[in-house]
Write a protein that binds this ligand. Sequence first.
Ligand code: NAD
Length: 352
Amino acid sequence: MKLTAAVIGCGNISKFHFSGLEKTGAKIKWVCDLRKESAKPWMEKFNAKYTDDFMDIMNDPEVNVVNITSFSSIHKDMCLAAIDAGKSVICEKTLTTNAEDSYEIVKKAEKAGTIFYTSYMKRFLPAVEKGKEILPSIGKILSTSIRAFQPWGDMWSGNPKEGACHTPPGGKSVLVKNLGGGVLVCGGSHILDLVCHFLGRPSSLYAYMAIPKDRDYDLQAAALMETENGPVHYETLMHSLDKIGYLRDGWDETIEITGTKGRINVYCPFWDKVDIKGSLMVHCGSANGTATEYRFAPVSPFDRAIAFFCENISKGKQGTQSRLTGYDVDELISCITKSAKSKKALEIKWKI
Ligand SMILES: NC(=O)c1ccc[n+]([C@@H]2O[C@H](COP(=O)([O-])OP(=O)(O)OC[C@H]3O[C@@H](n4cnc5c(N)ncnc54)[C@H](O)[C@@H]3O)[C@@H](O)[C@H]2O)c1
């Protein structure tokens, strides 16, 4: 099937989606943004139609793929309308800003048989793919440590005076209004997706979060989770160190999985420098006592994710990635938030 796509939301992240869609050969028929000036470059590049009303897209029978890159806080209406209109959906993460809305979307998509993806693109980093391939060789999994420590500048010494991270007294920061939270939602969500991807859904957790009194968002979140594949030590953090991480660029996002027969370490690069920073996977096997490094050239995980989604869509099948991944992460975010607030361990009650 020939793909005709529409992109809703032409802000920062959209360039990666336009690039991915263009490489698949999909026709980009519509671009949608409330701000025409954001849509204009893409309108011109793809000779696409412009609208500020996403329902124009839903009402166009030629469109078969809706690619949503607007704020997470407004994904719900767009996803539900696209499912109703019989379109396939690629939606940026996080799917919504709460587990209930995400559940409603994926339940509807499951019922309708919609081909539906939440685009957690880190699954498509070559180091993550290699780690997943090698995982069975490390035997029974005993322990996992996973962290996303991200350089956000000096966030700990006080409420920023301006910008998306400024919390006005009695009001909401742009971060919370548009995206739904701080580092747990923005950075930590990706590695929650990787927890599910590598180890399966956790069954319980106990969490900690640091939310300064003058802010409406978290600067740090940590959790101990229980999975069928052993305990997971999870942490995400905004920090101001610009030389940490495997590339010494401040980006310190790693997964370490230790098994009875070996260990894998996956190192993820700076999320938006995909054209210049490669990922790394190290495998230590106990059989021959060697460590093997897999250093991958920079490659866009967005392009690879969108190629995978579009290939499945053109064949009319969901493929190996479930419709539920966006809900899974939003349920974990909700449980981490609840556990940290109540200072109690929680059993995770998966709704679907
Ligand atoms: N995968 C990643 O690593 C990653 C990184 C950053 C952002 N994101 C996600 O991407 C999404 C967008 O983030 P961003 O940084 O590009 O934000 P952004 O603010 O730069 O862009 C969002 C765009 O959506 C438009 N928009 C808002 N309401 C709209 C509406 N009703 N109809 C049409 N357009 C509308 C805005 O005008 C804006 O241009 C969010 O869900 C965010 O969580 C993912």
